[in-house]
Design a protein around this ligand. Structure first.
Ligand code: PGA
Length: 247
């Protein structure tokens, strides 16, 4: 089993050509090894081309979202079966940008999680508190509720990744300290252990929020941090590969 999972989240960056170039460069660096699962979170439009570039590698493709319905009259939306058909193995769900800018609720995220699992796509469920929650010292309650709601009615934690992403650290250059991140990843593992008899010990709990090649090593050394969800630094292949090398 892989000990770490490092996922890039390209967000709304790259076009087809630059997505292919970025992928080729990552593949060329040859940083894959048995202890790390590498995942690229690619914009919908480039998924198929990136998937083809990855065919002789163990690197997987993730979508950054999906619709909460399997099919139907939802103009402009992308379904989980569509993602499956272009080789997607993971889907990022409940990212704070989707919660904040697109009004995604825990209930919608829960629906998407179940649909992804039904179609054998692994959800990367993002949770994390705002700066205000942290200052008010209720950040643990917020994160606990996000997890419990996202997993409501989900029978097994197998194939699920949890990304702890404090909102105040995303894209701000302000990383959580390794002890803040470890405290929360450990807390999340305790919640999962209480909810599930099996597999909580092996669940990938990863950290996201301004992770970069300089702070990755210390974060990844923490007992309960099993990887990273990388935004900005995943767009530069050398930086992304340097983070992978820290695993
Ligand atoms: P960042 O983004 O690494 O740019 O902070 C992380 C994320 O939003 O997943």
């Amino acid at each position: 089993m892989n000990k770490y999972l490092i996922a890039g989240n390209w967000k709304m960056n790259t076009d087809i050509d630059s997505a292919i170039t970025l992928t080729k460069n990552i593949v060329k660096e040859n940083v894959q090894n048995n202890s790390v699962k590498i995942v690229l979170g690619v914009p919908y439009i480039s998924i198929y081309e990136v998937f083809k570039e990855l065919k002789d590698t163990n690197i997987s493709v993730s979508a950054q979202n999906c619709n909460s319905e399997e099919k139907g009259a939802y103009t402009g939306e992308i379904s989980i079966p569509m993602l499956k058909s272009v080789g997607v193995e993971y889907v990022i769900l409940g990212h704070s940008e989707r919660r904040n800018y697109f009004n995604e609720t825990d209930a919608i995220i829960n629906k998407k999680v179940k649909l992804a699992l039904k179609n054998n796509i692994a959800p990367i469920i993002c949770v994390g508190e705002s700066l205000k929650d942290r200052e008010n010292n209720n950040y643990k309650d917020i994160v606990k509720a996000q997890i419990q709601n996202a997993l409501e009615g989900v029978e097994s934690i197998e194939n699920i990744v949890i990304a702890y992403e404090p909102i105040w650290a995303i894209g701000t250059g302000k990383t959580a300290t390794s002890s803040q991140a470890e405290e929360m990843c450990c807390f999340i593992r305790e919640i999962l252990k209480r909810m599930y008899e099996k597999n909580a010990e092996n669940t990938f709990i990863i950290y996201g929020g301004s992770m970069n090649k300089n702070n990755a090593k210390e974060l990844l050394e923490q007992k309960n941090i099993n990887g990273g969800l990388i935004g900005g630094a995943s767009l530069k292949y050398q930086d992304f590969c340097d983070i992978i090398k820290c695993c």
